[in-house]
Design a protein around this ligand. Structure first.
Ligand code: CTP
Ligand code: MG
Length: 180
């Protein structure tokens, strides 16, 4: 019961998890805010780029297509009925995750945190809030079926652990300049 809830949570959030990691690998180029400032601070900062955001969104959609291709065997192997991702859902999860991350950077700059500064809680859940909000707006029926209250609780509990883990690995591998 707990295992199948976590399996569903991880599967359904996959297309929202990958964008952040892909953005780290692909980041660089022009910042989204074009260097603009607001009240003496950058709007978003150099850590939010067009290239990173586009690559992240594409990576999330690509993962959804891969998961769709293996949903039958994966469901059978785990004994759980895992969902497939309509393209609108895949886009909402991936772009919503990126938007949540961008929104968090906006808030971090407003409270004076420089690029790369940690903001515990916000850093781990910004993309979850963005992805869930987007998918409930774009595909409320699908989202309501998949993201039951129990699955949402599993997402909120498991995601920070997973996110910190992958960021520590990316930091140790020299891909990221901070371990968060
Ligand atoms: N990245 C990007 N575009 C995005 C998100 C991330 O290019 N939309 C890349 C940037 O190279 C960024 C790296 O991925 O530096 C790590 O992402 P993140 O931790 O979200 O950014 P930070 O540099 O820590 O900046 P911030 O303080 O704004 O979160
Ligand atoms: Mg960061």
């Amino acid at each position: 019961m707990i295992a199948s809830t976590i399996a569903t949570a991880l599967w359904a959030m996959g297309p929202a998890y990958v964008p952040n990691n892909a953005a780290v690998l692909a980041g660089g180029g022009d910042p989204i805010d074009g260097g603009r400032e607001w009240r003496g601070r950058r709007l978003l900062g150099d850590g939010k780029t067009w290239r990173g955001s586009a690559a992240g969104t594409l990576a999330g959609v690509a993962l959804a297509l891969v998961l769709n291709a293996v949903v039958g065997p994966a469901s059978g192997a785990l004994g759980v009925s895992l969902p497939t991702f309509p393209i609108s859902v895949a886009l909402a999860l991936a772009a919503g995750a990126m938007a949540g991350d961008v929104g968090a950077s906006f808030l971090k700059r407003r409270v004076g945190r420089e690029r790369g500064a940690s903001f515990p809680g916000l850093d781990q859940l910004d993309f979850v809030v963005g992805a869930l909000a987007a998918v409930f707006v774009v595909a409320p029926g699908w989202a309501g079926d998949v993201f039951t209250p129990l699955v949402v609780v599993a997402v909120v509990v498991v995601t920070p652990v997973l996110h910190l883990g992958t960021n520590i690995v990316a930091y140790a591998a020299g891909l990221k300049s901070e371990p968060w």
